[in-house]
Design a protein around this ligand. Structure first.
Ligand code: ATP
Ligand code: MG
Ligand code: MG
Length: 399
């Protein structure tokens, strides 16, 4: 193969770490920008000869410029980066950026993202901006959208840390929500009575070729992803038929939504499935996504490898499943103790078909993503029994 272009990644967390694996297999030189010498991604890959992974925040202009000068293509593993500098770097011809900085900027603001998608005919939940974070304004949007309402931070939101469900408009409840959401600008969404959450990974190259993966069911608790089941089934009973109708519809909607955005790479599209079989789009991530982690073991080419292929104009890989059934279980921190993480990882080593991924994070915190476990098997019943073995009795996560 011809020498590969050097790829710079803004962000050195677990998504960057999982990009380093296919990069190593394909001889793709990677440089990672993040604060710290031993971030999850930096631990797994040496910097190309005579270069070092830059040590600094992915919002810092000087660090992004330093990275751009050493790379041919910049990409992101997190959307909360400095989009202005990425745009400047691209305009000045210093480095290519994929996906486009305009797409990253749009997605950073969840309210603008929603407005943009709604204006392009993508179905979304009713939503309204909260002009200033005051009790009166929250009451106004709650009256407009009805209760319960989901108050959301427009920016710097991830893993539900920008979500506050509001069941009443008591002053105390509003004050609690506003305190939790901090000084970020806010918007609100009407509560969606979904029967399932669904996600589709979509990859697109610079030539405009698009491939989606099979839809998956995602199970969240307290706004954070816990379990992902692939492929999507119509029922939760073991052996329930693959719901090709919803799968096809979800893939079409995800592809249509991604088609409204510029740039190459992998996109994670989160959706709500309603009782009548219709879908609402929740949000799009312009990067590898937690609901695509199973693709490493369960699909012919993973979301991570396809991201690299897409931004480097290499042939896109086969997105189809290579096993009948798979599940991904997030390993979340419980407290500062590493013990529960080590316990579940050790337990998984004895489960046939289970693959353990630990992210190398030095500290555990409650609800922090510390790793995940993927289980593959010959049937849903087989995979789900193994998931139950891993999780113990947790009826709210009953796969
Ligand atoms: P991510 O980590 O995926 O970026 P996030 O912090 O940006 O998540 P959202 O995706 O907006 O947050 O919401 C997280 C979860 O909260 C959803 O997957 C869903 O379970 C729940 N949720 C979000 N919006 C609504 C809504 N309008 N109605 C009901 N539940 C919702
Ligand atoms: Mg999000
Ligand atoms: Mg989300």
């Amino acid at each position: 193969m011809a020498p590969r272009k050097t790829v710079g990644i803004l962000g050195g967390g677990q998504l960057g770490r999982m990009l380093t694996h296919p990069a190593a297999l394909l001889n793709i030189p990677l440089l990672i920008l993040d604060k710290g010498e031993y971030t999850p991604a930096k631990q797994t890959l040496l910097a190309p000869a005579s270069l070092a992974h830059p040590d600094g925040p992915f919002t810092s202009e000087s660090h992004i410029r330093e990275l751009a000068a050493a790379c041919d293509v910049l990409t992101v593993e997190i959307e909360h980066v400095n989009a202005d500098v990425l745009e400047a770097v691209e305009k000045e011809g210093l480095c290519e950026v994929q996906p486009s900085p305009a797409t990253i900027r749009l997605i950073q603001d969840k309210y603008l993202q929603k407005k943009y998608l709604a204006e392009r005919g993508i179905p979304v939940a009713p939503f309204a901006v909260v002009e200033e974070s005051t009790e009166a304004n929250v009451k106004e949007v709650a009256a407009e959208l009805g209760l319960p309402v989901m108050l959301k931070a427009r920016t710097l939101a991830y893993d539900g840390r920008g979500n506050s469900p509001l069941k009443s408009t008591d002053s105390a409840a509003i004050a609690n929500s506003l305190e939790f959401l901090g000084d970020r600008p806010l918007y609100a969404e009407g509560w969606v009575p979904f029967v399932k959450e669904v996600a589709v990974m979509v990859v697109r190259n610079k030539e405009g070729e698009v491939r989606s993966y099979d839809a998956v069911e995602t199970i969240h608790r307290d706004s954070i992803l816990r379990v992902c089941l692939a492929p999507l089934r119509s029922g939760t009973a073991p052996g329930a038929e693959v719901d090709t109708g919803v799968n096809d519809k979800a893939r079409q909607l995800a592809e249509k939504a991604v088609a409204t955005l510029d740039g190459a790479g992998i996109f994670g599209v989160e959706m709500f499935l309603l009782e009548d079989g219709s879908l609402l789009l929740n949000e799009i991530a312009p990067r590898p996504h937690n609901s695509g982690h199973h693709t490493i073991e369960a699909c012919h080419v993973s979301q991570f490898e396809n991201h690299l292929r897409a931004i480097l104009s290499l042939p896109l890989g086969d997105t189809s499943l290579r096993v009948p059934s798979a599940a991904m279980v997030n390993v979340l921190g419980v407290s500062s103790s590493m013990e529960p993480i080590d316990d579940i990882a050790t337990k998984a080593l004895s489960v046939p078909g289970a693959s353990v991924h630990l992210y190398g994070k030095a500290e555990s915190r409650a609800a922090r993503k510390m790793g995940h476990i993927t289980v593959t098997g010959g049937s849903d019943a087989d995979v789900r029994a193994k998931v139950r073995t891993l999780l113990g009795h947790q009826p709210d996560l009953d796969a």
